[in-house]
Design a protein around this ligand. Structure first.
Ligand code: 0XW
Ligand code: MG
Length: 368
């Protein structure tokens, strides 16, 4: 089976509700996702997606993804799809780095292989351990009262885990938020407190002390891995890295330096599902918990996260975050990826199991 054509689409995914998705590092209102349609000579069509959450969250952005796709795509035309490792080399020979753009191709090729072999993508990733994965609810930076109210509601809705956003404001607000959420929720859900790189080392140490008796994972408190490394041995809470895990080497470095107790992982940031299986297995060696997320995106990215999530040992799995709670509708209304009772069913159809409705995407931005 050979690649005959590649179409690139834009799909606007606005944040619903009007206030935006507010993190310490940025407040985003509208995300412009990039979808890839990979057409083969055998009539199979594979889909991939990459959708950075704005240009500030991590060193990725929409136009960067599209420029990288323009470098890579012409080299894939005419290529046989059976060896994803060889296709990865074809991409690397045309462009150094830019894993978040190559990730969309990796997803689309796995979608194609799954359809051709008549198996879901989870099978190609090593095999599912479950047919339903837990998700988690991520709040935005808000007042302590409002955040606690949302936290309690989401626990009632069935979420087994909450991620509470803090940072980019005074310490008192952050500390009060964590206490109020704990009072509202207690042991009913596991809690992560996500600073999204917004705290100084000093503020992280203060927050840790002032919330000492509350069990939570402290996610990406400071900007760089070096800052986070200085917290080693000085905190009572476990530290999870998210934004700093920019590639496989960053994960390997964090594990070997013993500076991370777990990870918030993004499929596209790490270069795609194939690369994520390596990270999954590195984490398994050290019994490290992690999520399977992406920064934003629609049903294709959501399906990718869920397939991978189903292959992670459940006792170490921290949940699959998808953007559904913050976006309106689905571009695959027939087989959407949905959260029910805080959990997501793993698609059993061949490939990723989702197909964007072309009418929702408009004309291609580019065709190769
Ligand atoms: C909760 N997320 C997975 C969604 C947004 O991209 C932010 C991110 C995080 O954990 O930082
Ligand atoms: Mg995070």
């Amino acid at each position: 089976m050979r690649i005959e054509a590649i179409n690139v689409y834009s799909c606007l995914l606005p944040v619903k509700g009007g206030t935006g998705y507010r993190m310490a590092s940025d407040n985003v209102q509208l995300l412009d996702s990039t979808l890839l349609e990979v057409v083969t000579d055998q009539g199979f069509i594979g889909w991939g997606e990459t959708c950075p959450i704005g240009p500030v969250y991590q060193p990725h952005h929409t136009l960067g993804a599209r420029a990288a796709i323009a470098e890579v795509a012409p080299g894939l035309i005419g290529q046989e799809v059976s060896s994803i490792r060889r296709l990865a080399k074809v991409m690397d020979d045309r462009l150094n780095g830019h894993g978040y753009a190559k990730a969309a191709f990796d997803m689309a090729i796995l979608d194609l292989l799954g359809q051709k072999l008549d198996v879901p993508v989870s099978t190609l990733l090593g095999g599912a351990l479950t047919d339903r994965v837990p998700s988690y609810y991520s709040t935005i930076v808000g007042t302590p009262e409002e955040t606690a109210r949302i936290a309690a509601d989401k626990v009632k809705a069935g979420y087994p885990r909450l991620q509470i956003k803090i940072g980019g404001r005074g310490l008192e607000q952050d500390v009060t938020t964590v206490h109020k959420v704990w009072e509202a929720v207690g042991y009913k859900a596991r809690i992560a407190v996500d600073g999204n790189r917004g705290l100084t080392v000093a503020a992280a140490i203060h927050l840790d002390r002032l919330c000492e008796t509350i069990p939570f994972a402290f996610e990406q408190p400071c900007n760089t891995m070096d800052e986070v490394a200085t917290l080693n041995g000085r905190l009572t809470h476990p530290i999870y890295l998210d934004e700093n895990t920019e590639d496989l080497n960053a994960v390997l470095r964090a594990i070997s330096l013993n500076i991370a107790d777990g990870f918030g992982l993004k499929v596209t940031r790490l270069g795609g599902l194939s690369k994520m299986t390596i990270v999954r297995d590195m984490c398994a060696i050290r019994s490290l918990p992690h999520t399977c997320d992406d920064a934003w995106g629609g049903d294709v990215i959501a399906a990718a996260c869920v397939h991978l999530a189903s292959t992670v040992e459940p006792r170490r799995f921290e949940g699959a975050w998808i953007a559904q709670e913050y976006i309106e509708g689905h571009y695959d209304p027939e087989n959407p990826i949905v959260i029910r009772n805080g959990h997501i069913e793993v698609p059993q159809r061949p490939g990723l199991g989702v197909k964007p409705e072309l009418g929702k995407l408009g004309a291609p931005l580019a065709t190769y």
